[in-house]
Ligand binder design. Structure first.
Ligand code: PEP
Ligand code: MN
Length: 339
């Protein structure tokens, strides 16, 4: 059940409604939107409770949520996407936010060059892996804490906040000390202890869809983090496994309208991991924006042919600039602008 407050409801009315929920013995999860505050009510409720909440001052309406993901579900009659601010980067607003950077942090000079390049090209946020989930234990595993320190330096230099992956509960605190947003990768989407640990840091979480997960699985994973008290989640479609081998994964762009219909959380698309080919990134990014995505994540490398991981799907800095320029008219065609 959710209590949707009237637009501009005062703090006293919001607090009063939260207290009323608690007085009935339920949990209240308030979500403060730009125009609307919604209070998700968790517990075993009856029609009488619904009617009682409807009478509270400042309440617009009360609605039942028939989805298993109670906190992540889009509320009936509320069209607004929850806007998530990660320092200067904003997800879920009218602008399309672009996260760009190398697959892995490899060196100070390389990272600086990419960070400055993507900022000049119009990115809102920097990415880079310091802990890399590699299929082979013999592949480069990442620079770990040294990589986090380089990301922090590049971020301070460019003013771009950064996101980086955390793979293990033992590193959550360390990664959260450096990063502006924690990434949970496809391989860990259902690592429930990692989800709750990341949720407890209070940092925004960038949650990537598992390669063999349904959209509902993704939303239930988000629910784990939200039920730990962290509402700041950005969902990412990054391609799923199918029988097709022409692309690295099959980028499921229909997930975008499905997610927009079912959740209030912002949706980002990663066409780099989604396709595995740099040449496929610009067309799929345009399609993602046209489909309603709130943002994009793309891999960019100063010399993709020398990248230690994911070179074939990485754009050069020059290609990134062209990519951003070509996205602008597509964003405008669907009523958005590039951040
Ligand atoms: C990444 O973004 O660095 C990554 C490893 O992606 P995924 O978890 O989607 O494979
Ligand atoms: Mn990668």
């Amino acid at each position: 059940m959710v209590i949707v407050m009237q637009p501009g409801a005062c703090e006293e009315h919001v607090e009063g409604a939260i207290q009323a929920v608690k007085d009935f013995g339920f949990q209240a999860h308030p979500i403060y939107g730009v125009n609307l505050t919604v209070i998700a009510v968790v517990g075993d409720k009856t029609q009488e409770h619904l009617e009682a909440f409807e009478l509270l001052p400042g309440v617009d309406h009360v609605a039942r949520i028939d989805k298993p993901y109670k906190l992540a579900a889009r509320r009936p009659r509320v069209t607004e996407t929850t806007q998530i601010d990660v320092s200067s980067a904003v997800f879920g607003g009218p602008k399309i936010a672009v996260i760009a950077g190398p697959c892995a942090v490899e060196s100070e000079d390389g990272l600086r060059e990419v960070a400055e390049g993507v900022r000049a090209g119009g990115a809102s946020m920097l990415r880079g892996g310091a802990y890399k989930p590699r299929t082979s234990p013999y592949s480069f595993q990442g620079m770990r804490e040294a990589g986090l320190a380089l990301l922090k330096m590049a971020s301070q230099r460019t003013g771009l906040p950064f996101v980086t992956e955390v793979m293990d509960t033992r590193n959550v605190e360390l990664v959260a000390r450096y990063a502006d947003m924690l990434q949970i990768g496809a391989r860990n989407m259902q690592n429930f202890s990692l989800l709750s640990e990341a949720g407890q840091t209070g940092k925004p979480v960038f949650l990537k869809r598992g390669m063999s997960s349904t959209i509902e699985d993704l939303l239930m994973a988000a629910e784990y983090i939200m039920s730990a008290g962290n509402e700041k989640i950005i969902l990412c479609e990054r391609g799923i496994r199918t029988f097709e081998t022409a692309t690295r994964n099959t980028l499921d762009l229909s997930a975008v309208p499905v997610l927009k219909r079912n959740t209030h959380l912002p949706v980002v698309v990663d066409p780099s991991h989604g396709t595995g080919h740099a040449w496929a990134v610009p067309p799929m990014a345009k399609a993602a924006v046209a489909a309603g995505a709130d943002g994009l994540m793309v891999e960019v490398h100063q010399a993709p042919e020398r990248a230690v991981s994911d070179g074939p799907q990485s754009l050069t800095i020059q290609e990134f600039a062209t990519f951003m320029a070509e996205l602008a008219p597509v964003a405008e065609a669907v009523g958005r602008t590039m951040a």
